[in-house]
Design a protein around this ligand. Structure first.
Ligand code: SF4
Ligand code: MG
Length: 329
């Protein structure tokens, strides 16, 4: 039993000169071998901070983990001795970011950078590291890989640099790949290519993946489940198809209404009114209530629990079933 990776009731604060921002407020999610979980939310929803907590790369201070667990194969990374922790983070679990350029060193050739990862952590010989580096660059479909080992990051296009970063992440055969907005900086065609690549790698290498994105459009073909985040909470957690068919949280409903659909021509794209809350002053009751078309008095007064619907999904909404069944909005 037990999951490969499990975040349990995580609470994170940022303590700044202006006050305390409650950035993660009881987040729980899990990942099983080989599956892809999409974590969706606007900027400031806490999706990246959760990933940074998993990787142990939060800036401390200002970030303080108040409580919770991050379990990998049953062991809590937050209490594990540092040496064992390092075995997991960066080796069993790897992360890639939106900005490949800042993740790569501009001074050194990319072949050398990938090779260093192998030599340092796996103690490979120079010749073996070089062979493996070419394999990895082929794997991420960099054309003419063997001839590009000596090229520097600026000699690659944005999409190709992203592939280099993915190759570096794969160098250690991770069991979990966290991809934090991996395509956000790229144009639409290249985005689709990178998402296809990640989906293929996930399958071929039997990795689990956490795909963090603000773009519901990139999730559909790739993820098994979606956790939708708002104000540091997961507001809906569902199977991808079930969520697309009929969202059960008004925030998810708003996100879905705001992506273009090919099958509904000429329809005005909706937007969610208002702005995400200031995390130093999260609204009472349901944090989404100032923006919610379904809000009633109870929403202002009472924090909603996670309701479990018949299909097993959860929605943190007092009226989850009603929202799910309402096709009008
Ligand atoms: Fe809207 Fe109320 Fe549901 Fe919150 S609990 S999402 S305010 S209906
Ligand atoms: Mg982010």
């Amino acid at each position: 039993g037990g999951h490969l990776l499990e975040v349990r009731d995580l609470h994170v604060e940022f303590r700044t000169g202006e006050g305390v921002a409650r950035v993660i407020n009881g987040v729980s999610y899990h990942l099983d071998p080989g599956e892809t979980l999409a974590v969706l939310g606007e900027s400031g929803s806490g999706k990246s901070v959760t990933a940074q907590a998993i990787m142990g790369i939060l800036d401390t201070p200002p970030a303080v983990i108040r409580s919770g667990q991050i379990r990998y194969r049953g062991r809590d990374l937050l209490t594990l001795p540092e040496e064992q922790r390092r075995q997991v983070r960066g080796k069993e679990i790897a992360i890639i970011f939106q900005d490949a350029l800042s993740a790569l060193n501009p001074v050194f050739p990319v072949g050398w950078q990938i090779g260093e990862t192998l030599r340092h952590r796996d103690g490979m010989s120079r010749a073996d590291a070089r062979r493996r580096t070419v394999e990895l660059m082929d794997l991420v479909r960099i054309p003419g890989a063997a001839g590009r080992l000596g090229d520097h990051p600026h000699q690659f296009s944005g999409g190709m640099r992203q592939r280099v970063m993915i190759a570096m992440a794969l160098a250690l055969d991770p069991k979990v790949l966290i991809a934090d907005e991996p395509t956000t900086a790229l144009d639409v065609t290249v985005q689709a290519q990178i998402m296809d690549l990640l989906a293929d790698l996930r399958r071929d290498l039997d990795m689990a993946m956490i795909l963090i994105t603000h773009d519901l459009g990139v999730v559909a073909g790739v993820a098994d489940r979606i956790a939708v985040m708002y104000a540091g909470r997961i507001v809906e957690h569902a199977d991808v198809r079930a969520l697309y068919r009929a969202p059960a949280h008004p925030y998810t409903k708003g996100l879905l209404a705001s992506i273009p659909r090919l099958d509904v021509r000429g329809r005005e794209l909706a937007t969610i009114r208002g702005l995400p809350p200031n995390l130093m002053r999260i609204p009472t009751g349901c944090p989404f209530h100032p923006r919610c078309p379904y809000a009633r008095q109870v929403c202002v007064d009472v924090v909603p629990d996670d309701l479990v619907l018949a299909d097993g999904r959860t929605s943190a909404c007092h009226f989850a079933q009603e929202v799910h069944d309402d096709r009008a909005r």
